[in-house]
Structure formats: C-alpha cells, structure tokens
Ligand binder design. Sequence first.
Ligand SMILES: Cc1ncc(COP(=O)(O)O)c(C=O)c1O
Length: 444
Amino acid sequence: MLKRAARDALDYLEGEDLRSVAPSPKAVAALSALRGPLPPGPTSPEAVLHLLHEYGSPATVAKTGGRFFGFVNGGCLPAALAAAWLVSAWDQNAAFFVQSPTAVVLEEIALEWVRELLGLPEGTGGAVVTGATMANFSALAAARHALLARAGWDVESEGLFGAPPITVVVSEEAHATVIKALGLLGMGRNRVLRVPVDGQGRMRADAVPHLDAQTILCLQAGNVNSGAFDPAAAICPEARAAGAWIHVDGAFGLWAAVSPEYRKLTRGFDLADSWATDAHKWPNIGYDCGIALVRDPETLRAAMSMEAAYLIQGEHREPSYYNPELSRRARGVELWAGLRSLGRSGMAEIVERTSAHARRFAAGLRSAGFEVLNDVVINQVLVSFGSPERTLRTIARLQAEGTCWCGSTVWQGQTSMRISVSSWATGSEDVERSLAAMLKAAEE
Ligand SMILES: Cc1ncc(COP(=O)(O)O)c(C=O)c1O
C-alpha cells in the first residue's frame, strides 16, 4: 500500500507543473464520485487509494508547485514531506514521553532551534500546535493566567466570572485569529482597545494608550496583507517598564529575524513575553504546524496542565502540559526534519529569495502601469488594477487561466490583489510566467 501511495504521490507532484493551479470545475464536480452512503461492508485499501488519487488529486489546489501565491501558504520541503510519511507510519501520540520518546525529544530540539532562529530570549519555551491561530490562543492563555495570577486570581479554577479586569490592546490591523483567540479565552472579541495604524498597517506608536500590569498588548510582526511590522522597538521598552504582557503575532514575519538582510524589521520583538508563529508558512514545513513561545514557560504550563490519575508526570517535558490538546500528531518531527534540512542559511535563503521575487512582481506590475499599494518590505505585494471591478475581474481571469493563483483583499478601502510569495519551490521562471499571466488577465 505504501509503495502504491508513493507512486501516486510522485505522479501527483510530477504532474503539478503541467496543470492549472486551481482545479478545473470538471475535477471539482467529479468529487461527487466520492459521496454516497458509507458502504455496508469493507472496501479494499487498494480501491480506496485508487478513489483518492483518481478523484481527490485532480481537485486539489497545486500548492506545492511554486506558483500558488494565495493567503500566506508555504509549500512543503522535501525533508518535511518525507518525514511526514515516516511520522504517519510511526503513528505516535506525542502527548507524553512514555508514548513517544522520539516525538517528544525531537519536538524539544525543534522548539529550541525555532527560539534561536527567531532571536528570542534563552529560557523561552513553548508548544508545537496546529497553526498560528492555536499559537495565539495558547500564548494568550498564558498571558491571561499570568496577569490574573498577579492580581491574586486563579483563572483556570475560577474562570473569568468576577475576575479582576484585564485590558487588551490590539492594533486596528490585528489578524482576525488574534481576535478569535481572545473570544475563545473569554476576553471578548470586541472588548479590546484598538490602536490606529499608519498607511502600511503598522500600529502607531504615538497612539498606544496607557499600559499597566493588567494589560495585554498584542503586536504584529508581518501584516497578512502588506507584510508590515509594528514598530516594536519604539513600543516595547515602555510597555515592558509598565509591566504589560506583550504578545507578538508573528505568523510569518518573525522569520525575517533569520536573515541578516531583513533582521532589522524584527528589532524590539524580542522584548515581548510571548510569540506566535507558523512553520507551515515561510519555513515550508507542510500543513499543519504552528508554534507558541512564552518567555516564562511556567505560565503556559499553568494554563494548559490538567490532572487525571492515569496521566503521567515523568522527568521529561510532557508536551500535553503545554498544549491545548492531550492526544496529538507528532508534528514536531516534521518541524525538526525541515529545519535540519534547511539549516540557518537555508531558512535565510527562503526569506531573501521569496522577498526578492515579491519585489520583482511589484516592479513588473508597476512598470506595466498598475498601482502597488504597499511598501514591499518582505514577501507580500498588494496591487490594484484600477477600479474594484477591474481588479476583481483580473483576479477571476487569472484564477481561471491557471498559471498561478492569487486572491483578493480590501486594503485600507482599496480592492486589491494579494501576492504572497511563501513557497520554497518558487523560482524566477515561475515569477516571470506568473507575471505574464497577471498582465494578460489585466488586459481590458
Ligand atoms: C499575521 C497572521 N496571524 C495569524 C494567522 C493565522 O494562521 P493559521 O492559519 O496558521 O492559524 C495568519 C495567517 O495567515 C497571519 O498571517
């Protein structure tokens, strides 16, 4: 079965370059072959795999082929993909050391590598989770614990009913998942103070309100649209002195710290108390993998621990005491494998190459007369093709033509196309082909 799966996977990956990035409407319609009631009896594994490859593969989005520029989605490094196969063969439950010494040790090593790559303080610890959403959630749970413990309140036992109030400060451009995480934690999606931003979406340092030791301040490293970074160096020293908990949503932007060329953008973020980032975005570890990091890991442990007679506390760091989940996939192994294959220079090279590709897109679009709406500081480009209707029409044509895939957004009131160059697999030829397809789609 695994040999068959390997053959089908190779067939899929080799064919990616030749097909449309978005699946054809015909392929999507053919998914109906997979519907129907659950058969009353078994189907052979071979027949099941055949159905998946026959109908499933053609209706996927060709995300790992180098010309998918939607959302902020990385591709998947060869070492991470191969490690994922092995991880599936192992089928480890990475909850406790006794359940998988390999998974737990590799996760510990990978977390430390991530801390070092991002230039964060020694002693910082964390959790490997499903993505930045859960990383924001986990880190903010640690923040909630720490601030209320300071005020003499045990939030894990007592909940938020009657708790001392916490003020949460976010920018007007905070990512929707930070707001969602605050809601999940009972701190309210709307019960936040929103700081105005500048034309790039950066929090305005001069507009940050009074902060104190009962405040969580959420900063952003890498705006999902513009790629811009909040001015952490201007904000963090005072926020720290005031005793506020500083949380950074650095889903992709924090990885700029690895590159000597881009590191300056991340200045000041190391002063924070917690950070959320993704390994499935810029590091190209494959879906799904996010990381929560906390300066004082004991606060995360306090927020996430649980007790049951059959659960264990060995001598090791037990992942489930730092994570929202008990049972969990050993995604730290893929993280370890991908980072090990890249090394520090490989990660820096991805940041630098994809950002150079983004600048090439911006230059090509500008010289064709279109307006690039953001300063292209990293791998994100926002372009308007004129009126909202023309921009949306261009995006729809581009997606249907299939050379590449870009989505839309509204940036500070202007409808635009987003280009996010996040895949390790994107080469110059992909960029030139895609640029030509964009210009053709934009023709009146
Ligand atoms: C800044 C930022 N924060 C959080 C997220 C959410 O990440 P995930 O989809 O991995 O949960 C994203 C996703 O693009 C992001 O760009």
